[in-house]
Design a protein around this ligand. Structure first.
Ligand SMILES: [Zn+2]
Length: 247
């Protein structure tokens, strides 16, 4: 069923979210192997996904050998991290890591291709626009870490792509998630002023969403293309095929 495909990819995405969260917590020392994940509800609220999605994500991570789901209640219950996911890459993850080595210029072109089509196709009443709107609210927060901003930014673009209602486009965007976030983070070193860029990106996101809501697909497509290419150019990478400068 078509809707099952959509659900499948949404679940795939949530497991990546939960996984990235675990990785961040591990690298930040807030979580250790053998430590317990927060309650399902807490994690769902923190990651802004449903409890069902968190449960499903934990099932995938369990199958990958990253966590062991808890049983019962009390202090011994809860999901335990049993291996460092960066050291235990499953085949699904290897694919995402592999895509991080794609040339940035090619990812940018592909994004423009997929996303300008998607926002032109997205209906003004698509339910995914609610999620997109909620993500923009989260991105408006003051003193948001750059990495958190970029993670929300990618999710905003994935929500817009989902709004087009094409399962293949959603899947393709989903598979580019890690590489988009990766290059966006890498390019921050080439930006003259992050705060200025962040406020410009926020305004552009609002304009893109407004164009979709106004059922102006042509305008939405132009804005999203300029938004994607603008960031890339601002970081000093205007010509195709240029690799990002290493700090
Ligand atoms: Zn953006």
């Amino acid at each position: 069923m078509w809707s099952n495909h959509i659900n499948y990819y949404l679940r795939m995405r949530t497991h990546q979210l939960v996984l990235s969260w675990i990785e961040n917590e591990l690298s930040g020392g807030r979580l250790t192997v053998g430590g317990r994940l927060p309650a399902e509800r807490t994690l769902a609220e923190q990651l802004k996904v449903s409890r069902t999605s968190v449960r499903e994500a934990i099932r995938i991570l369990e199958a990958m050998g990253v966590v062991r789901a808890g049983v019962g209640s009390g202090p011994e219950a809860g999901t335990v991290v049993i291996s460092d996911p960066t050291a235990a890459l499953g085949s699904a993850l290897r694919l995402h890591v592999a895509t991080q080595h794609l040339p940035v210029a090619d990812i940018v072109e592909t994004r423009v291709l997929l996303e300008s089509w998607a926002v032109a196709k997205a209906g003004p009443d698509a339910p995914e626009l609610e999620e997109a709107s909620a993500l923009l609210e989260a991105m408006a927060a003051e003193d948001l870490a750059v990495s958190d901003f970029l993670a929300l930014d990618v999710r905003f673009h994935l929500a817009l792509a989902d709004a087009a209602g094409n399962a293949v486009v959603s899947a393709m965007m989903g598979s580019l998630r890690e590489s988009i976030q990766g290059y966006a983070a890498e390019l921050t070193s080439g930006l003259p002023d992050w705060e200025a860029t962040a406020s410009r990106l926020r305004a552009e996101h609002q304009d893109i969403l407004a164009a979709i809501r106004n059922d102006d697909g042509g305008q939405a497509a132009r804005l999203v293309a300029a938004h994607i290419e603008g960031y890339y150019k601002e970081a000093g990478l205007a010509s195709a095929g240029t690799e990002p400068a290493r700090p």
